[in-house]
Design a protein around this ligand. Structure first.
Ligand code: SAM
Ligand code: SF4
Length: 329
C-alpha cells in the first residue's frame, strides 16, 4: 500500500499522458505555450501500463485518472484505457479533459471501458473563452461534453475556475446551464500552479465568495460529510436537492488531511503532492532494468515522504517548478 507518515493511504492515481495542450488557459499556461518535453523522455504506452499495473496490482491503487496537458492529444488513448480496465482488480478509470476532440472520441473511449470524464469549462461566452483560453474553441468543448453524455460517461462533471474580472460574473449562469444539461458542476479555487507565476492570493475568487454568489440565486445546504469522503469538493444541495454543486477550496479550505492522491508525470516521475518540490524518477529506474518489486519499493518510499499539507499559507511556500500542465491536474 502507498501509506505516508501521517497515515494517509494513496489509492487515487493521476497519470499525466502529455504536457502538451491545444488551449492556453491563463491560470495554467502562458499564451505562447511552453517548451514541451522531448518525446524520448515521455513514457511509452507500454511503460504507462506497466507502472499503472504495479500501482493496481501491488500498491492498492483503485482509481486511475488520465490527465495532462490535454490527454485527448495522446494517440492511442482508447487502447490505453482498454489495457487499464483489463488490470485486476479492475480500477475505475476516468479522464480530465478540455473536451476538444471528445465529440469524436467519447464513443470509442466508452467502448474501451472508460467510466467517466471531468471536463473543464469556465465560461459559456465565446469571446470570454477566446480571451481566457487564447483559442476560439468553445463550440468544440460544448460538442465534446454532449458526446460524453450521449456515450454514457456519467456523471459528466464540469470543472470551472473563476477569475476576477474575466468570468466571475458567470457563476450562476454556468450552474443553471449545467443543471439544464445534466452536468455536475464544481468550482475550483485558482491555485499557484501557472507557468507564469502570476497567481495572486488577493485576486483569487475564494470558496466563500463563490458560495455567496450562488447563494443569491439558490438555497445552499451542505450535502453532508459522508458524501465528501476524501473527495476535495464540498457538495451543496441546491434548493433542497437532489441536484448539487461542488466547491473545491483547495487554497482556503484545504483537504490535505484526507488526501488519497498520488501523481505520475508524463515523463515517469512520481509526485506525492500537486505542490511537491521533489519527485521520484521511476522512468529511469525502469529503463535501467528495475524489477516490478524495485519500482513498487521506490514508489512506496516516495509516498512515505509526503508532507502534511501544501503550505500555500506558509511564508516559506515555494511554487513547484513544474506548472500544472506538466504535473497533471
Ligand atoms: N487539459 C485538461 C483540462 O483542462 O481538463 C486536463 C489538465 S488540466 C491541468 C486539469 C484541471 O486543472 C483543469 O480542470 C483545470 O481547470 C485545472 N487547473 C489548471 N490550472 C489551475 C490552477 N492554477 N488552479 C486551479 N485549477 C487549475
Ligand atoms: Fe490546457 Fe487544461 Fe491547462 Fe487549459 S487547464 S491550458 S486545457 S492543460
Amino acid at each position: 500500500m502507498l501509506v505516508d507518515s501521517f497515515g494517509r493511504t494513496a489509492t487515487d492515481l493521476r497519470v499525466s499522458l502529455t504536457d502538451r495542450c491545444n488551449l492556453r488557459c491563463s491560470y495554467c499556461m502562458p499564451a505562447e505555450g511552453l517548451e514541451w518535453l522531448p518525446k524520448p523522455e515521455l513514457l511509452t504506452d507500454d511503460e504507462v501500463v506497466r507502472l499503472v499495473r504495479i500501482g493496481v496490482e501491488r500498491l492498492g491503487v483503485t482509481e486511475v485518472r488520465y490527465t495532462g496537458g490535454e490527454p485527448l492529444l495522446r494517440r492511442g488513448l482508447p487502447d490505453l484505457v482498454r489495457r487499464t480496465v483489463e488490470l485486476s482488480p479492475r480500477p475505475r478509470v476516468s479522464l480530465t479533459t478540455n473536451a476538444i476532440g471528445l465529440a469524436r472520441l467519447a464513443a470509442p473511449l466508452a467502448d474501451a471501458g472508460l467510466d467517466r470524464v471531468n471536463v473543464s469549462l469556465d465560461t459559456l461566452d465565446r469571446e470570454t473563452f477566446r480571451r481566457l483560453a487564447h483559442r476560439d474553441r468553445l463550440p468544440d468543448v460544448l460538442a465534446g461534453l454532449a458526446a460524453a453524455r450521449d456515450a454514457g460517461l456519467l456523471p459528466v462533471k464540469v470543472n470551472a475556475v473563476l477569475m476576477r474580472g474575466v468570468n466571475d460574473h458567470e457563476a450562476v449562469p454556468l450552474l443553471r446551464w449545467c443543471l439544464e444539461q445534466g452536468y455536475r458542476l464544481r468550482f475550483i479555487e485558482q491555485m499557484p500552479l501557472d507557468a507564469q507565476h502570476g497567481w495572486n492570493r488577493d485576486d483569487m475568487i475564494t470558496a466563500d465568495e463563490i458560495l455567496a454568489r450562488l447563494g443569491e440565486a439558490f438555497a445552499l445546504t451542505p450535502a453532508g460529510s459522508a458524501e465528501r469522503g476524501s473527495a476535495p469538493a464540498e457538495s451543496f444541495l441546491l434548493d433542497g436537492g437532489p441536484e448539487t454543486v461542488g466547491v473545491i477550496g483547495s487554497v482556503t479550505r484545504p483537504f490535505c488531511g484526507a488526501c488519497d492522491r498520488v501523481r505520475l508525470t508524463a515523463d515517469g516521475q512520481v509526485r506525492n503532492c500537486l505542490f511537491a518540490t521533489e519527485e521520484s524518477n521511476l522512468r529511469d529506474a525502469m529503463r535501467a532494468g528495475a524489477t516490478d518489486d524495485d519500482l513498487a519499493d521506490r514508489w512506496s518510499a516516495a509516498v512515505a515522504r509526503k508532507r502534511a499539507g501544501h503550505g500555500i499559507d506558509d511564508p516559506t511556500f515555494l511554487q513547484p517548478t513544474r506548472p500544472m500542465s506538466a504535473i497533471g491536474g
